[in-house]
Write a protein that binds this ligand. Structure first.
Ligand SMILES: Cc1ncc(COP(=O)(O)O)c(C=O)c1O
Length: 380
């Protein structure tokens, strides 16, 4: 068994300080210890989201629950939502909204492409009834980072009072996102991405305009009612029993993030993404994402001709300890994905590139493998 180099785009590896935090015993979630942890987590999230006026609520749920909370809290049955989808997760938001009874107008783009601000503006002009727009910031299924600030500007220019909802699940914490400065009313993030925390918490930043909308929204909501989360947080609690261990982990992860500093975190993600793209190009692997919009947190590449994705991922896992992700939806069996967000540095990506070189060589020229050095991931 080789040590595992988990390079899926979430969940992501946990630093020792976070793993230690996870081993702590329970506290009373209605007591002072938990109240202090919750306050520190909310303060840390507001720092990472770079917001003052916007609130941030923490929900015990995965990212999809966070997305569902957007629908339940900002819309009413029959209300129209423009979903600008650039991949699988945009599609998921459209599905959730339809299940709840919203009228969805959907824009789609080719896999690997970002959304043109002009396209968004045109869709709004063509649909005067639209008051709410949903955009994915970083589409984890295609490895594309949308130009969020320019998209928000395009929405504001055509319909100043439209509410902008953002899936920032695989961007916030790793990529600059400024909900207040850019006028993004609601931005959801997920703990298992860049936060060095296990899956199970969703974070939602909420603007004053979004709170006004929330007060009028008549979608059914109970567990995900943001008002209850905000009210409870004022007295250091959550409305329902929280995933206490995950709050310990988040507290530890946020402390590490503050030590490193946002600018350095963002620069590290940019650098590692570039390094991964260059390394893959050197292996003659064709990248999926338009280079102008390639994601800093996940790199996607087409499987070379004749390479079976499942066999490649299994070989990487079993022989090299490298765990990558395959494609989703229409891209299943066509691409593979390398995650580089959170607790990651160049050594882990070197190990990925070395292992890929060995496995691809062995597939392209089956006898070569026995002559190639077998790589193993660097221990940290
Ligand atoms: C951009 C994006 N949106 C939504 C989700 C769904 O989150 P979860 O799997 O935590 O429910 C993910 C998870 O990978 C994601 O990357």
């Amino acid at each position: 068994m080789v040590a595992q180099n988990l390079r899926t785009p979430g969940p992501t590896p946990l630093p020792p300080a976070v793993r230690e935090a996870l081993s702590r015993d329970m506290v009373n979630h209605r007591g002072p210890e938990f109240a202090a942890i919750l306050r520190e987590c909310i303060d840390g999230l507001k720092w990472a989201y770079q917001v003052n006026e916007h609130d941030v609520v923490i929900l015990t749920t995965s990212g999809t629950g966070g997305l569902e909370s957007l629908v339940a809290n900002t819309l009413s049955p029959g209300q129209r939502l423009l979903v600008a989808s650039i991949g699988n997760f945009g599609e998921r938001m459209a599905q959730i909204a339809r299940v709840f009874g919203a009228e969805v107008t959907q824009i789609d783009v080719q896999p690997g492409q970002a959304l043109e601000p002009q396209l968004l503006a045109d869709a709004l002009r063509a649909n005067p009834r639209i008051e709410t727009v949903f955009v994915t910031h970083n589409e984890t299924s295609t490895g594309v980072l949308n130009p969020l600030q320019a998209l928000a500007e395009a929405v504001h220019q055509v319909r100043a009072d439209a509410l902008i909802l953002v899936d920032g699940i695989s961007s916030v914490s790793s990529v600059p996102v400024e909900p207040e400065a850019w006028g993004c009313d609601v931005v959801v993030a997920g703990s298992q991405k860049g936060w060095m925390t296990p899956p199970g918490l969703a974070f939602v930043s909420i603007s004053p305009r979004a709170w006004e909308r929330q007060a009028r929204s008549t979608m059914p909501k109970f567990y995900f009612d943001w008002r209850l989360a905000r009210r409870s947080a004022e007295s250091g609690e959550t409305p329902w029993t929280p995933a206490i261990s995950l709050f310990y982990a988040l507290q530890a992860g946020l402390r590490l993030m503050r030590e490193e500093g946002l600018e350095r975190i963002f620069a590290r993600h940019e650098r590692l993404a570039r390094y991964t793209r260059e390394g893959l190009a050197d292996l003659d692997v064709r990248l999926l994402a338009d280079p102008r919009f390639a994601s800093p947190t996940v790199t996607t590449a087409w499987l070379p001709d004749g390479v079976n994705g499942k066999a490649l991922l299994t070989a990487l896992d079993e022989r090299d300890g490298v765990v990558l992700a395959g494609g989703q939806g229409n891209l299943s069996g066509k691409i593979f994905r390398v995650g580089h967000m959170g607790w990651v540095d160049q050594a882990e990506l070197d190990a990925v590139l070395r292992a890929l070189q060995v496995e691809l060589n062995s597939i392209r020229a089956p006898t070569a493998r026995s002559f190639s050095p077998v790589s193993s991931p660097e221990a940290r």
